[in-house]
Design a protein around this ligand. Sequence first.
Ligand SMILES: Cc1cc2nc3c(=O)[nH]c(=O)nc-3n(C[C@H](O)[C@H](O)[C@H](O)COP(=O)(O)OP(=O)(O)OC[C@H]3O[C@@H](n4cnc5c(N)ncnc54)[C@H](O)[C@@H]3O)c2cc1C
Length: 403
Amino acid sequence: MNTAIIGGGAAGMFAACNINTFHPCHTITVFEKKPQFLSKVKISGGGRCNLTHASASVADLLKSYPRGANSLKKVFHQFSHQQTMQWFESRGLRLVVQDDGCVFPASQNAMSVVNLLMKHALINKVRLQPSSEIVALIPIGNGFELHLKDREKAVYFDRVIVTTGGIPSLSGFDWLKASGHEIIPPAPSLFTFKLEGNAITSLSGNVVNPVRVSIAGTHFTANGPLLITHWGMSGPAILKLSAFGARHLYEKKYCFKIRVNWTGILNEEDVRHQLNSIRKRDVTRKVVNSRPEGLPSRLWEYLLVTTGISEDQKWDQIGNKSLNQLANRICNDEYTVSGKTTFREEFVTSGGISLQCVNMSTLESKVCPGLYFAGEVLDIDGLTGGFNLQAAWSTGYVASMMQ
Ligand SMILES: Cc1cc2nc3c(=O)[nH]c(=O)nc-3n(C[C@H](O)[C@H](O)[C@H](O)COP(=O)(O)OP(=O)(O)OC[C@H]3O[C@@H](n4cnc5c(N)ncnc54)[C@H](O)[C@@H]3O)c2cc1C
């Protein structure tokens, strides 16, 4: 058997390192269009490579996939995050788990992951073909003809695993057209929100934790820390919201309204009670000097000003109307988002090969037997925290079984 892997990234190289375990007689060739393999892994996690997440269980892990969670269940039950850690550790890569569950190599250097995978590909006699872009895949008989850029002669393979990663445009899938798969149009996920010219940006650098953010008029909501930046809003809560709302926001061309509950968990009624208690307790104190627990002082000052309460006003000068307005502001603070920016550390593409076309127990195409898919090329994406690489390792592993 002659097997080709198209794309030498995380999923492709992981598949290449494992095929021999299941199929010792296969010859394996990895075609990579760039001169180097694993280039995204090299820069992942800011160069430290957050290679997975130490979630308590597979059920827990699945909560971090806005798209594909149901289908991934079948994949993770065959090769989970725990097995991933074991795979790397048993091959000599020491790992560390941070308090937030993110897993990194103990070296804090992504090159340890890259070097280990490259070493194992060589041990397994994988043929590595850098600077080799596949421009067409044609199903022929029981196999496939692959056409390479700038090369006249096509090459024939019995089995093919496609691991070309996130492709940002629909036309980027043209080379796969002949195989007849449905493509879910790509849309970015994991981005931050631009609030051009909004006064809140004057609080740049403040972190409020926890907040609850939601996209107005939808069910999309997320909890966690929010970072106010000079361009708008960022931080885990915003990234999570951007990921779950990715397709909706793409359709809205990134112009939409968000609501922020600055307390995270309290509702308006609770906050009104809290403000009332402060008013009774701090009668003659300036409002600006006594605030509900958890709100940073600069945010409190901002919320007061934007509700029309001056910095000289004392609590006994605050009537019920102002108090209600303030409670509403704290719980339902609305902002108009005017665009997106890309998260500096990690961004992924939602969309790709429709999961309807793939048998998710084997990752073999239902349309084209002998053709497999793994990694971000599938309509699967995760939150930040090691979930995207985990999906790449697990799908790469299951595809390598080629059942
Ligand atoms: C800056 C950054 C940081 C990130 N950090 C993290 C992190 O810390 N943790 C985490 O979990 N996720 C992280 N991610 C996401 C994660 O890197 C990806 O989800 C993951 O690499 C996907 O693996 P993949 O193998 O599917 O695709 P890729 O790793 O993108 O590999 C696909 C490969 O296919 C090649 N290719 C494409 N088309 C062709 C073709 N026609 N012929 C031949 N070769 C082709 C590409 O050149 C590429 O090398 C990060 C992403 C970015 C951009």
